[in-house]
Each structure stands twice: as structure tokens, then as C-alpha cells.
Design a protein around this ligand. Structure first.
Ligand SMILES: Cc1cc2nc3c(=O)[nH]c(=O)nc-3n(C[C@H](O)[C@H](O)[C@H](O)COP(=O)(O)OP(=O)(O)OC[C@H]3O[C@@H](n4cnc5c(N)ncnc54)[C@H](O)[C@@H]3O)c2cc1C
Length: 463
């Protein structure tokens, strides 16, 4: 970007809200993935009108931009590696309205999810999208990636919460779809195109999201289980008993050991080692109603689905058990190089798929696997890890060959290569494993309608 453009953009927001400082370019030029950030500048609009004027200018002058949220993305979708202008939403961080009758919250896109959750709680309500990155990720980023998270099994993911959106299109047009309506059949529901579009169709500036009543007190059990077959049967038992889980998560013993190594405050609740652990969270029953958890655990023991179980009896134990699951991503990052796969399957296909996948993984040398995730949603996080001393290209070559084999297998099960993290830069070469060519062509045409000059997050999802 030449000096004239920089001056014109500076005139739109003032000196204090545009930066070319190397440390800002490094920080705002990348997400959690490995990348060499290379933006030309970072701009911090405060209003939708400013976003509109910035985009109108960029559209006219064909300046490429990268919308930037909390940069916790795991697919490289917020990486600016081709001298783009980064548009950070972090200063658009106001909660505008909480409506306890409509059960909704309207907020600017840069609001941090944890802040949104706290504001809802203060109003006696609950915002149910919950993820380990909640302290940094933003509402706009969650919408642009259609974030799933820990409570999807009960409340749905981000898409299910969106009532309305305000979006600025590539040419600066402000598209006001910010309705607060539960029912609204007025032709194509355009807001859904922006959900999960990874910043390629427009910049989300405001959203109205559903809220729900505060959950009752929560009960949490961690169960040890011998195999994936038992774990899927365990979920079947949960369904059969009419238990409504607020979370059903799993991790392997290797993940547990890793978290205990890197998060010293976490404690192993079990004496005996087990291949798999499952966290089941439910709401406490109203006073006087029978507790479903203990009879459930008894049946699970008797039928051999679990070998051990603990129930959190106070808030420290509750936090400890959740910490064992929530600290896995951070612990893997501390351990060495990481390659993350985020796949999904029909839940009933998981045991068959995993048995075949283990054969592929069993052949790999020099790389460790950490398997965990939202198994109640059929979502597995497969993290490949290699020591930092290992040459990265060598690590990547081993993991690349393996992931191709895993994706081929996944295709035969009609699974998805991206359950929730998105495609970004990292997975676009693999999109063909689960996206039919006809669908890809339609997506490319849609993108061209919304952004004819291709200035919005170029190179993300597809070229
Ligand atoms: C420890 C950890 C745990 C995680 N757990 C989960 C999980 O359980 N479930 C899950 O789904 N994800 C998870 N993630 C991934 C990540 O948190 C999500 O993808 C999140 O939604 C990204 O939000 P963000 O604000 O950080 O977006 P960013 O990383 O900044 O951006 C992500 C994408 O959204 C675009 N974007 C950002 N803001 C806007 C906007 N206002 N308008 C248009 N486009 C925009 C960017 O251009 C980019 O394409 C986890 C990440 C970490 C680090």
C-alpha cells in the first residue's frame, strides 16, 4: 500500500487508530496458527460508518483487507500474509442492549465472548456458546467462523443463536439484517451466508443473539472408559435415559498426562490409567426430583461401559475436571510443533472410523497424537505433535502424508474435514475431500457477487 493510501485511510480514522508499527503488524497479522505475518497496516474503526468508509476506499482502490477479531482462529483465516490492511474490530466492543422479554442481546462485533457471557449473567440470562478461547475471541469472529464449542450438544452452535446481523459489504454498503425476530420468512435468509464465511463476504459489525434462561446448578462427572465403542454406547444410554447433557466431551489418557505436565494446578482424579475419559455435564434436578446421575452411572458400570467415575462435589473439583479438558489445546501448543485436524462424523460411525484411523496412525513414527473433542457432536480434534527440536518441514511432511490418508478414510464415511475451526488458509487444499465441486463453484460465484474485486480476506477458504 503506498503512502497516498495510508494518508487517505489515516484521514478516515485519525492518526491514533491506524498503525504500521512492526510489533502491531506482528500481533494483528496472525491468529493461533504458524504464519509469517506481513500486513502493511492495522486500522481500528470505532463505528459501522467508519468500517463502511474504509471498505469503500479499499474497494475503489482494490486494497486487500483482512477482518480481524480476537485472532484465536485455528485455520489461519485471520492471517495477513500478503501485505493486506488488517481491519481490527476490537474497538467496536459495546453491548448495546439486553432484552429480557425477547431473550436477546445486541452487541458490536468486537465484544469478547466472556464479556458477553458476563453481561448476560448479570441480567439473569445465559449466552450459551462457550469455548476455551472465550477470554479472547470476539462475537464477530465467532459468527464468521460459526464457532461450536462445549455446549453445542444442548444449545446449538453460533449459527443457532444468531437472530440478526449488520454487515458491511466489500463496497462499503451497510446491509442491515439486524432483526430481533424469532420468525422472519422474507425470502432468502441472507444472514446465514455470513455465518461461517470467514470474513470473505463482508465485515460483521453488529449482531443480535439469542439468550436463554440461566442453567440450574450444574453437575459434572468424569468417567473412565475402555474404548470408543463403549463411549458411543454411553452416549446412547444418555439419550435412552432422557438425560439432557449440557456437555459430553472426551479426551485420551495421553491428553490427560499432557495437561498434568503443563498445568501444574490440575489433578488426576483417577488412581488407575484408562484409555479414554468422558466429561458429562447436566443440570441439577429441581428440589425433590430424583437425581438421574447416580442411577445412570450404576447402569453404565454394570453394563461395562465405564470402569471408573468421579462426580465433582464442589466448585474446585468442578473447575479441575473442566480444566483437564479445556487446557488440552494450550498444553499441546507448549509441547512442540502442532498440526490440528478438526473432523466430524455421524456419531454412530465413530467407532468404525476410529478403528480404521488407528491403523493409519499406528504406522506413523516420530510424531505423537492427541485425540480429544466434542464427541457428543461427533467432533474429534486430532492434534499431531512433534518436538520443537524436530525440523518443522520434516514434521509437516510426516503429518501431511498421514492426514491425507485420514481424510481419504473420512471421505468414505461422509465426514467433514472441518467440524468447527473453518477452512482458512490451512485446510483449503483439503476442501475437496468433503465439499462437492458443484458446491465449491457456487461458493465462488457467491463470493464474486459480494466482492467483485476480491478484496475481502483473499486466499481464504479457496483461491
Ligand atoms: C484454546 C482454544 C480453544 C478453542 N476452542 C474452540 C471450540 O471449542 N470451538 C470452536 O468452534 N472454535 C474453537 N477455537 C477456535 C477459535 O476460538 C474460533 O474459531 C473463534 O470463533 C475465532 O474467533 P476470533 O474472534 O478469535 O476470530 P479471528 O481468529 O480473529 O478470525 C477468524 C475469522 O473470522 C474473520 N472475522 C473476525 N471478525 C470478523 C468480523 N467482525 N466480520 C467478519 N469476519 C470476521 C477473520 O477474518 C477470520 O477469517 C479455539 C481456539 C483456541 C485458541
Amino acid at each position: 500500500m503506498d503512502r497516498t493510501h495510508l494518508q487517505a485511510l489515516t484521514a478516515l480514522v485519525g492518526d491514533a487508530r491506524i498503525s504500521t508499527r512492526p510489533d502491531d503488524l506482528t500481533v494483528y497479522g496472525k491468529d493461533w496458527t504458524k504464519a509469517v505475518p506481513n500486513p502493511t497496516a492495522v486500522i481500528f474503526p470505532k463505528t459501522t460508518d467508519e468500517v463502511s468508509r474504509i471498505l469503500r476506499y479499499c474497494h475503489e482502490h482494490k486494497i486487500r483487507v483482512v477482518p480481524s477479531g480476537g485472532r484465536t482462529g485455528l485455520a489461519g483465516a485471520a492471517n495477513a500474509i500478503q501485505e493486506e490492511l488488517v481491519i481490527s474490530l476490537e474497538k467496536m466492543n459495546h453491548i448495546l442492549k439486553i432484552d429480557p422479554i425477547n431473550l436477546s442481546v445486541t452487541a458490536e462485533a468486537g465484544v469478547i465472548i466472556e464479556t458477553l457471557q458476563k453481561a448476560a449473567k448479570e441480567a439473569g440470562l445465559f449466552y450459551p456458546v462457550d469455548l476455551a478461547a472465550k477470554g479472547s475471541c470476539q462475537l464477530g469472529g465467532n459468527i464468521a467462523t460459526n464457532a461450536g464449542g462445549l455446549k453445542l450438544i444442548r444449545y446449538g452452535g453460533t449459527r443457532e443463536q444468531v437472530l440478526g446481523l449488520e454487515v458491511v459489504l466489500a463496497d462499503g454498503t451497510i446491509l442491515d439484517l439486524d432483526y430481533d425476530l424469532r420468525k422472519n420468512n422474507i425470502g432468502y435468509d441472507l444472514k446465514h451466508l455470513f455465518i461461517g464465511s470467514e470474513g470473505t463476504l463482508g465485515i460483521i459489525t453488529k449482531a443480535t443473539m439469542k439468550l436463554v434462561s440461566l442453567p440450574k446448578e450444574l453437575r459434572l462427572t468424569c468417567m473412565a472408559s475402555a474404548s470408543f465403542e463403549q463411549v458411543t454406547k454411553l452416549l446412547g444410554l444418555v439419550n435412552f435415559r432422557g438425560i439432557q447433557p449440557t456437555a459430553f466431551e472426551f479426551f485420551t489418557h495421553e491428553c490427560l498426562e499432557l495437561v498434568l505436565k503443563h498445568s501444574k494446578q490440575r489433578k488426576n482424579p483417577f488412581q488407575e490409567k484408562s484409555p479414554l475419559y468422558v466429561l458429562l455435564e447436566i443440570e441439577k434436578q429441581p428440589e425433590g426430583a430424583p437425581d438421574p446421575l447416580e442411577p445412570f452411572l450404576e447402569t453404565a458400570f454394570e453394563s461395562g461401559l465405564i470402569t471408573d467415575a468421579v462426580i465433582a462435589s464442589n466448585s474446585a473439583e468442578f473447575q479441575n475436571l473442566w480444566g483437564l479438558r479445556e487446557n488440552i489445546s494450550e498444553s499441546v501448543a507448549m509441547e512442540g510443533h502442532v498440526r490440528k485436524n478438526d473432523i466430524s462424523l455421524p456419531i454412530s460411525s465413530l467407532p468404525g472410523f476410529i478403528a480404521e484411523m488407528q491403523k493409519i496412525l499406528g504406522k506413523v513414527r516420530g510424531v505423537q497424537m492427541f485425540l480429544f473433542g466434542h464427541i457428543g457432536d461427533g467432533n474429534l480434534h486430532l492434534n499431531y505433535s512433534g518436538p520443537f527440536q524436530q525440523n518443522y518441514d520434516e514434521f509437516r511432511s510426516i503429518t501431511r502424508d498421514t492426514e491425507k490418508e485420514v481424510f481419504e478414510l473420512l471421505k468414505t464415511f461422509r465426514g467433514s474435514i472441518s467440524a468447527e475451526h473453518g477452512i482458512g488458509l490451512l485446510k483449503k487444499a483439503d476442501l475437496h475431500y468433503c465439499c462437492p465441486p458443484e458446491a465449491l463453484t457456487l461458493m465462488q460465484k457467491i463470493r464474486a457477487v459480494f466482492d467483485p474485486h476480491g478484496i475481502l480476506n483473499p486466499g481464504k477458504i479457496f483461491d
